[in-house]
Design a protein around this ligand. Structure first.
Ligand code: SF4
Ligand code: SF4
Length: 128
């Protein structure tokens, strides 16, 4: 399951995630983290048998959890399949398809934003 964790500064120092890992035997992969003095958000991949229970636990400790369905949106009307974004993607979520169109795999995308700045048509938006 891929989720956003959103939290206020007062819980940054609490061991909520490590407690959840120990309690529910789950693994976490941090795909993206933006932490400021005003709080933070992290894009997380959670795996394990008790993911839903772990999410309930994490929410009960004060972290807001938003499931992620889509990280990136591309305006297909604007995209001209120039390919400028392809090589910049660190996780190979963008590829050139057999018909030479450019495809984006939202399941692989980690929302790093490298591709958004490269697009001459401003066709790519990160969904926050
Ligand atoms: S946001 Fe980052 S990971 Fe997602 S498609 Fe763009 S470059 Fe790849
Ligand atoms: S850089 Fe922009 S216009 Fe070019 S293929 Fe990527 S999304 Fe499409």
């Amino acid at each position: 399951m891929r989720v956003w964790f959103k939290f206020s500064p007062d819980i940054v120092n609490k061991a909520i995630i490590s407690d959840a890992m120990r309690k529910f035997n789950i693994s976490f992969n941090i795909l993206r983290a933006d932490i400021t003095p005003k709080g933070g958000k992290m894009l997380i991949e959670i795996d394990g048998e008790h993911v839903n229970e772990s999410v309930e636990y994490i929410e009960s400790r004060g972290i807001h959890v938003d499931p992620v369905k889509k990280v990136l949106k591309r305006d297909d009307e604007k995209c001209v399949d120039c390919g400028a974004c392809v090589s910049l993607c660190p996780v190979k979520a963008i590829c050139i398809e057999e018909d030479w169109s450019v495809g984006i795999d939202n399941d692989l995308c980690i929302g790093c934003g490298f591709c958004t700045g490269s697009c001459p048509m401003k066709a790519i938006t990160i969904i926050e």
